[in-house]
Design a protein around this ligand. Structure first.
Ligand SMILES: Nc1ncnc2c1ncn2[C@@H]1O[C@H](COP(=O)(O)OP(=O)(O)OP(=O)(O)O)[C@@H](O)[C@H]1O
Ligand SMILES: [Mg+2]
Length: 276
């Protein structure tokens, strides 16, 4: 058996455990094995054949499927308004699903509230309003740990190891930070629950190319600790370069999917979505 993380090296941050299960929440039984018992072959997290819209409004998602496997990074790209954020919100339980299912580690969680999904091990960084600007960096991280009743100081130390600038600025209001630093706060906040899977909606929005590269490096580092990552990205080419699996969404439906490499090499995808 090959190590699924070996192609990214093996720097251990122990944000999750090395087997891809995270360290688990305080209220959970430890598991004997890092592999899913319920669906050994299936993806770790999947929103399958999702049809959903807002309130009583029209369907925005049409039979849309997005998923991430253990140890992998999956990237969703597509034009503005394609439904990428709606797809993420549907997977996180923020919309009523009209058709389809969400499964986490083989378990059907379609009916669970977002908070219950967090308890199950999902971390989500939304596209907008993903930090508390008037609170300090450290207070933001503490808020992230809202669901934990155990001592989370080790996790906070791990987040500071991952994002050293946050430690330096821990007593500053998060709203005073740069765009890239705010995104680090948002990702750090989500990591405070020790998620088993992390969902990021445009983590590099509005940052310079250099900061984008740094954020991608940190995201790869998180994935290496065994936390699969499902993310939406506007920087499609760069994101697909680090993607094990990629999805192109158009008008709420899957237009193309494949490995990041497949999509980067697909002439139609290149022409329509990657600027040639
Ligand atoms: N809260 C909402 N209520 C009603 N309609 C919404 C809501 N949020 C998004 N929509 C609609 O859903 C469709 C998809 O929007 P969504 O935000 O999911 O696209 P996106 O692919 O994330 O776009 P972007 O690249 O701009 O972030 C759009 O037509 C949008 O107007
Ligand atoms: Mg969006």
């Amino acid at each position: 058996m090959s190590d699924p993380y070996s192609d990214r090296g093996n720097k251990d941050l122990s944000l999750g455990n090395a087997k891809g299960m995270g360290m688990g929440m305080g209220n959970e039984m430890p598991r004997a094995s890092g592999k899913s018992h319920a669906a050994p072959g299936g993806p770790f997290l999947i929103g399958e054949n999702m049809t959903a819209g807002y309130g009583n409004g029209p369907d925005i998602l049409h039979d849309c499927t997005i998923a991430v496997d253990r140890g992998e990074i999956a990237v969703i790209v597509g034009p503005n308004g394609a439904g990428k954020s709606t797809g993420m919100k549907a997977v996180f339980g923020m919309l009523d699903m009209r058709k389809g299912h969400v499964r986490l580690d083989g378990e059907d969680i379609t009916a669970l509230s977002p908070q219950d999904r967090v308890s199950k091990g999902m971390g989500f960084v939304p596209q907008n309003a993903n930090i508390f600007t008037s609170m300090t960096v450290e207070e933001n991280l503490e808020m992230g740990a809202f669901i934990r009743r155990d001592d989370f100081s080790d996790t906070m130390a791990q987040v500071y190891d991952l994002f050293p600038i946050l430690k330096e600025k821990r007593l500053q209001a998060a709203g005073e930070l740069s765009g890239g630093q705010r995104q680090q706060v948002a990702v750090g906040r989500a990591l405070m629950t020790q998620p088993k899977v992390l969902m990021l909606d445009e983590p590099t929005a509005g940052v310079s190319p250099i900061v984008m590269d740094e954020l991608f490096d940190r995201i790869i580092e998180v994935a290496r600790t065994g936390i699969p990552i499902l993310m939406v990205e506007q920087n499609a080419r760069q994101a697909l370069e680090i993607a094990d699996q990629g999805y192109v969404l158009v008008q709420g439906a899957n237009a193309y999917s494949g490995t990041g490499k497949d999509l980067l090499n697909d002439p139609d995808v290149r022409k329509s979505f990657l600027g040639g």
